[in-house]
Design a protein around this ligand. Structure first.
Ligand code: C5P
Length: 215
């Protein structure tokens, strides 16, 4: 397989020294990259800013903003047969980034935010991607219902749901527990384990989906 994997947060500048971002260490995405390389696949990693070293064997494109991530994915996805969107992309960016540092002279600072492109949501419709498509969903409430809706809306073959209201798993942790949702309506829990292990398990499921598609 040749996989495109997005990982980490995006960073949306407010001025030259400040930005908006999402909580994401990139550990889950990088674990998927390692698992895919170990299994002998080719990987294009599109990574937001993280404190992790990208494996040398992957082709890595470093980006900062959601728009940059969108452009990198648009460029790379055509050469891949599988895409895993693990990045925590900022839904909004600042409209009118200040060229100079904003001074704290006022009591209030009002930022106008505009919507970022939905990269996963563009895979089928904009990029014409017909390979195996995997999304992630970090939810705090009604985790499975939201994840199921997202899978259908974005045309995914598999959606990995993360309950981020739990403190023992998810953000910045070494461990994770996720529920896999399939198009058939079936689901599978991958119980508490290291992100590395969860990455390997997800990759095996993705390999099976890929094999089922082969003529
Ligand atoms: O809609 P939501 O952001 O919760 O969907 C999460 C999934 O969509 C993740 O797989 C994430 O990587 C992807 N996503 C994206 N571009 C966005 C927002 C989310 O690719 N602008």
């Amino acid at each position: 397989m040749k996989l495109l994997i997005t990982a980490g947060p995006t960073r949306e500048p407010i001025d030259p020294v400040r930005y908006l971002t999402n909580r994401s260490s990139g550990k889950m995405g990088y674990a998927l990259v390692e698992a895919a390389l170990e299994a002998g696949h080719e990987v294009v990693l599109v990574s937001g800013p993280v404190n992790l070293t990208a494996p040398k064997a992957a082709t890595t494109v470093q980006v900062e903003t959601a728009v940059e991530m969108y452009e990198a994915v648009a460029r790379e996805i055509g050469s891949c047969d599988t895409a895993i969107f693990c990045a925590a992309v900022a839904d909004y960016r600042v409209d009118g980034i200040e060229a100079s540092k904003i001074k704290k002279t006022e009591d209030e600072l009002i930022l106008k935010l505009i919507k970022n492109p939905d990269i996963l949501g563009s895979a089928r419709s904009e990029f014409g991607f017909s390979g195996v498509l995997v999304g992630f969903a970090a939810e705090t409430d009604d985790v499975l219902a939201h994840a199921q809706e997202k899978m259908e809306r974005k045309g995914c073959d598999l959606l990995v749901a993360n309950d981020v209201s739990r403190r023992d798993i998810g953000f910045d942790r070494e461990e994770n527990e996720v529920t896999l949702l399939f198009r058939s309506g079936e689901s599978q829990v991958l119980s508490l384990a290291s992100k590395k292990r969860i990455g390997r398990e997800i990759l095996q499921v993705v390999e099976n989906l890929r094999d089922q598609r082969k003529p």
